[in-house]
Design a protein around this ligand. Sequence first.
Ligand code: GSH
Length: 304
Amino acid sequence: MAEIILHHFDSSPFAEKVRLALGLKDLGWRSVEIPMVMPKPALTALTGGYRKTPVMQIGADIYCDTQRIALELERRFPAPSLFPFHSKALSSAFCQWSDTAFFQPGAGLSMGTNTGLPEDILADRRAFFNFLDFTTLEQQLPHLYAQFRAQLQLVEEMLDDGRPFILGEVAGWVDIQAFFPIWMCRGNIVNAAALLQDLPSLQAWEQRMLALGHGHSRPMSADEALAIARDSASVAAALVSQDAWPPLREGASVVVTPQDYGAVPVQGSLLRLNHSEVAIRREAPRVGEVVVHFPRNGYQVEAA
Ligand SMILES: N[C@@H](CCC(=O)N[C@@H](CS)C(=O)NCC(=O)O)C(=O)O
């Protein structure tokens, strides 16, 4: 099988989710460092426009969004599982909480309290994070602290019967989802130590989460990753479900767009569509023919 290539940067909290999943599964992978702000010409050559971090590439298959990446890692490398105790669907629902109620106030605090951020990053994220009102960010800080602390309390209570991980004896994707805003908090939010005090179960679990590690990575250049895409063929089989919505045929020209922030449309020919995923085939000179995969949840699919 072609190598796992992760396109990411070190300080990305969403990339940390995937690095921990690679650690949980003890996998080897190649690391392509992408720019923190636009333009990202090599990444968008692979994805057709999707700009968020991270993106996983295996040969000519390009996986966008941590939800889709987790499903693919599990499909290709089932043991140990990211979804112990039959938690695949539960994890997908749990993501709605961690990506919004938990991550979003954390992102607001990261941007609003971390005064050392370079101006180019601030400018990029002001345009990108449409869920934050940057004109009143300073006044919102007390509310954002309260919201973030309320989610920390939930994590503490999930663990306070002494269980090592959220579902029991072993770690899974739900733990990684609950952990990544806390990882971001430690790295970015002023007063992180004060926010995270008096949460003994959470703090002990945080150490167990850090111990998952990141698997084994070796650097790769963006050019090498593009050449691998160009020289490989996708392994994705066509599959368009009869009951998928909207009703579209395989080969239809479609546009896939994240329905939240960073909503750059990606156009291609429909290869897979069901209730959990959508994949499109596209061709571009720098990468040849690739298949770009997204989760169904949170993505708009329309005829082009
Ligand atoms: N739903 C996406 C969200 C990814 C996301 O928001 N990533 C942030 C970085 S942590 C991002 O893309 N920031 C802007 C950038 O990297 O250009 C996922 O789960 O992968």
